[in-house]
Design a binder for this molecule. Structure first.
Ligand SMILES: [Zn+2]
Length: 294
């Protein structure tokens, strides 16, 4: 936070940006240098949950279905879930052995889990960080941000994020930040990529090195907007839409992939799948909000 304030004072960039985007509260429109007035900050604080969802990496080729199934059962038990997450540094074999020692619980809820496992094993990222649930006033704000040309709202969100020290520290384990790209066609019609604005603002205001990479993940195919489709359609629609470029830049990197909303997760998941080809060390997702229905 301190470094953030220092940077704002030193850098000429905010002054220039002020000419483009007036320094107003993204909520109520009152002039405010922090893009968020104290009154609205209180409102946002009420809404914020600063969520962290963890996902375990599963090597699909090495694992039998039953073992995957068992892992899911384990995941559904919150305590054990935390236990595994705390042991993230263990090798996959160690985790497997650990799980195999508890086979007695294995036969429960098989049918239900089969479906869930299919969804579960398809995750290509390790954790998901989000500030809000996608509902109420937050939902309205994000919809404004996306569709009503209120591009400066990203500053309100990032400013709010940077003031939460605990959550901000969670970003420190990453070294590379990548926005979910939009197509050139969409860029032309909207004028900006909201995820890029977010990612750039986060990158600029971090005291540690969080390098913005925009030339590695490219959208190569224009598709029907995901928001118009259901979960199954989304997963299908998004396939083959992104491509990896300059993969060497991402080797062994700790990537934070940025999007505005996490709904079914199919977009960030497809991006993560593509990014995995570069053999990064880890991939985390950051979104402003997560849809509760997911
Ligand atoms: Zn306000």
């Amino acid at each position: 936070m301190e470094s953030f304030n220092k940077m704002r004072k030193k850098s000429p960039v905010p002054k220039i940006l002020n000419l483009i985007y007036p320094p107003v509260c993204g909520f109520c429109g009152k002039l405010n240098q922090n893009f968020l007035c104290p009154k609205c900050r209180k409102l946002l604080e009420k809404e914020a949950i600063f969520g962290v969802d963890n996902y375990i990496k599963i090597n699909e080729s090495k694992m039998k279905f039953k073992e995957q199934n068992y892992i899911l059962e384990t995941l559904q038990n919150k305590n054990e879930n935390l236990n595994i997450i705390n042991n993230q540094n263990k090798t996959e074999n160690q985790i497997n052995n650990n799980l195999n020692n508890k086979k007695e619980n294995r036969k429960k809820n098989t049918k239900k889990n089969e479906i869930a496992v299919q969804e579960y094993i398809a995750k290509y990222f390790d954790e998901h960080l989000y500030i809000f649930l996608y509902k109420g006033i937050i939902r309205r704000m994000i919809l404004d941000y996306k569709f009503n040309e209120e591009a400066y709202l990203y500053k309100t969100f990032v400013n709010f994020l940077l003031k939460n020290k605990n959550f901000f520290e969670k970003l420190e384990k990453y070294d590379t930040i990548i926005p979910v790209p939009i197509s050139n066609k969409r860029l032309k019609s909207r004028g900006y990529n909201q995820s890029l604005l977010l990612a750039r603002e986060i990158s600029r205001n971090t005291s540690f090195n969080l390098k913005l990479q925009t030339d590695c993940l490219i959208k190569v195919k224009d598709i029907i907007e995901q928001s118009k489709l259901n979960k199954e359609e989304r997963a299908k629609n998004i396939q083959g839409v992104y491509e990896l470029f300059n993969g060497k830049k991402l080797y062994n990197k700790k990537i934070l992939l940025v999007d505005d909303i996490f709904t079914t997760g199919s977009t960030v998941n497809e991006c993560s799948k593509v990014l995995r080809k570069a053999n990064p060390k880890t991939i985390g997702i950051f979104t402003i909000a997560k849809d509760e229905l997911e």
